[in-house]
Ligand binder design. Structure first.
Ligand SMILES: [Fe+2]
Length: 388
């Protein structure tokens, strides 16, 4: 929820009769968060947006998987590049890790969504590992490319269209995802000392002819409780002549994140980029490192005793971990201290830069791998700290 926007035509006052181009009465659709207490957007449809022709239970999402918990307390490493590839963006994603607050999915897709889709379980924060495309919705067209975060509000009807193959890390925030509150001033603006500004967030473009020109499918597949329900919509949900409000999908390039470096090493939370209910998302981007003459730039071993931590490695040199590469996801659970691999701590002394690019998620509740995660797990990772 970055700031208020307006696109297309809206009446001077909400909840009043509005006849676009002097024609039929438009239907207002109030899209609200936290009941009616939170951020909202108001759409103006040509036809009623809530009428359907039919509905159909499709069963569990094909990528939902089964929780697989062997009870072992161990550091884990998953090779997401081995997750099966191909298919539509929304349906080809595979859930790898989850708890009540957050789901971590990976998609290697190569086809547009054939239907409209919506996720009624969660806000989504999608990190684009590779590829490009656009997210189409009644709010307009949001282009994305590699190394963007793409935020999709819960229950927003949309479809992903791709320019060939894309690889995505999909984080589901099952209560909410937003800019951390500490980055706002009392007026709601993003503070000047935040690690980004309003200008870094890209909003949907309003197409010529409005979203109804996008020829959206009438079939909508909605995820709720891990199950899919299909609806044949009676009217085109993209028949929006205008909207205004603060709930909209956005793109944020990870390299727009402005990293902070200290005299000595700052904890990873200095890289906090987004927050959600029960978790935070941090961006590690190329940066100058700590500048005290005796600084140790490599992260110190730590026990963040209330959090599970995952890191999704994107590119660059990962100063603290050996054996991980682009597409790796490490899971370091609470209950175990974690830190750099042998040799890397000392080797970092005297360095001036790091080129790492990675996304970290700290969760307050433990993350359980699914059966789909176990088949792409690097079983040797836990032993990489064993010393003779
Ligand atoms: Fe950590």
């Amino acid at each position: 929820m970055i700031h208020r926007l307006q696109r297309g035509q809206v009446p001077p006052k909400p909840h009043t009769a509005f006849r676009p181009e002097g024609g039929d009465l438009a239907y207002e659709h109030c899209f609200t968060r936290e009941g009616f207490n939170g951020a909202y957007t108001i759409f103006y449809h040509r036809k009623p947006p809530h009428w359907i022709a039919s509905e159909e239970d499709l069963g569990p999402h094909p990528g939902a998987g089964e929780a697989f918990w062997d009870g072992a307390l161990r550091r884990r490493h998953f090779l997401t590049g081995k997750v099966p590839s191909g298919g539509q963006v929304f349906l080809s994603r595979r859930l790898l890790l989850s708890n009540a607050d957050v789901g971590v999915w990976v998609a290697h897709a190569d086809a547009d969504d054939e239907t409209l889709v919506s996720n009624a379980d969660a806000d989504e924060l999608v990190f684009v590992q590779s590829g490009s495309g656009r997210l189409e919705s009644p709010l307009g067209i949001l282009p994305f490319s590699a190394q963007d975060y793409v935020y999709v509000p819960r229950s927003l009807v949309h479809r992903w269209r791709v320019d060939g193959a894309v690889s995505l890390l999909v984080l589901e925030g099952r209560s909410w995802i937003d800019v951390p509150r500490q980055f706002r001033n009392a007026s709601g603006q993003i503070r000047m000392d935040a690690p980004y500004s309003h200008r870094d967030f890209r909003a949907p473009d309003w197409p010529d002819g409005g979203p109804e020109s996008l020829d959206a499918p009438r079939r909508l597949v909605t995820l709720r409780g891990g199950r899919l329900t299909a609806f044949e919509l009676f009217h085109d949900p993209f028949d929006v002549v205008g909207w205004d409000g603060q709930v909209w999908p956005f793109a944020f390039p990870i390299r727009a994140f402005q990293p902070k470096t200290g005299l000595v090493h700052l904890p990873p939370t200095i890289h906090t980029t987004f927050a959600g209910g029960g978790f935070i998302v941090c961006s590690f981007v190329p940066r100058l490192v700590d500048y005290h003459e005796n600084a140790v730039p490599c992260p110190y071993p730590h026990s963040s005793v209330d959090c599970d931590e995952i890191i999704f490695y994107v590119e660059g040199n990962f100063t603290s971990r050996k054996g991980v590469g682009p597409g790796s996801v490490s899971l370091h659970p609470t209950g175990l201290p974690h830190g750099p691999h042998p040799g890397t701590y000392e080797a970092s002394i005297g360095t001036s830069r790091t080129e790492e690019l990675a996304v970290m998620v700290d969760t307050l509740k433990p993350l359980a791998p699914t059966d789909q995660a176990r088949v792409v797990e690097d079983e040797g990772y836990n032993r990489s700290w064993v010393r003779d």
